[in-house]
Write a protein that binds this ligand. Structure first.
Ligand code: FE2
Ligand code: FE2
Length: 274
């Protein structure tokens, strides 16, 4: 059972006076990646083919991710009535394929590794939708982002609990787990998001350019973050690799990451403006 349904959102409270074009661009892009949850769910079920409990959980997970895409897409069409969510998603599907679509075992080298990578993604999405909910003044988007963030926090817990179970058998050390986590963080600037930005925001006929598109997306997304959102996301990532989510180490990592992110945001904004 899903935790909420799209028709429970108070769509009638939509307020066009509170729109921010930067946030509309982010929502359109995020709708593409979320809607693509079907393919990732198929891959997860292949990786965990002999684990019925996890396969059931992965089914529900992908249904919830698809709903995130549909809710964001519906909001973006309210915000920009000239935009077509389904057509944009079709362009995305036609031009981008998850690199792991044909893999039979985890591209992370183990099931524990796969679940750590999922924890990293859910840490990122839960903090991101919390940040978007705080960044927007538009009441419907605020509600949608809070509902999605609550799902993403639950998804983290789901993958974390299964990861602990597999860790007991596969015994991957903290360094091995850290390497997988950092690898997944680094992938956030790959084509998945950049191409989503292209399909959902670029004018028809404009060719895809990874650097321009990732800058367009990241300059806006990083701008939405406040320190508290980054702090929470990094705490969850540390927990996923077996380190303490709060304390001295966490404060140092969050402080460095905050400075790094601000600097990177300025650099992306320069590229996007050019
Ligand atoms: Fe999601
Ligand atoms: Fe999620």
């Amino acid at each position: 059972m899903k935790h909420w349904r799209i028709d429970e959102v108070r769509w009638d409270q939509f307020d066009p006076a509170k729109l921010d074009p930067s946030i509309i661009a982010l929502v359109k892009s995020a709708a593409m990646v979320e809607r693509n949850g079907t393919d990732y769910g198929t891959y997860l079920k292949r990786v965990f083919h002999d684990d019925p409990a996890f396969k059931d959980a992965a089914d529900l997970w992908s249904v919830e991710e698809i709903q995130h895409g549909d809710a964001l897409g519906r909001w973006a069409m309210l915000a920009d009535p000239s935009w077509d969510y389904q057509a944009a998603f079709q362009r995305y599907k036609d031009g981008y394929e998850l690199p792991l679509l044909t893999a039979d075992s985890s591209v992370r080298g183990s099931r524990t590794g796969e679940l750590i990578a999922r924890c990293i993604v859910e840490s990122g999405t839960s903090s991101y939708y919390s940040a978007l909910a705080d960044a927007t003044e538009e009441p419907v988007l605020k509600q949608v982002c809070k509902l999605i963030a609550a799902d993403e926090f639950r998804h983290f817990k789901l993958f974390y609990d299964h990861m602990k179970r597999y860790l007991g058998r596969e015994r991957i050390g903290v360094w091995g787990r850290l390497r997988i986590a950092l690898g997944r963080v680094g992938e956030s600037e790959d084509d998945e998001l950049a191409y989503a930005y292209h399909c959902s925001n670029d004018a028809p006929g404009l060719a895809y350019d990874h650097d321009r598109c990732i800058a367009g997306y990241m300059s806006r997304a990083m701008q939405a973050y406040q320190y508290k959102h980054l702090e929470r996301g990094i705490g969850m990532m540390l927990k996923a690799v077996g380190l303490k989510p709060h304390g001295r180490l966490s404060s140092v990592v969050v402080g460095l990451s905050w400075r790094f992110m601000r600097r990177r945001q300025r650099r992306f904004a320069l590229v996007a403006a050019a």
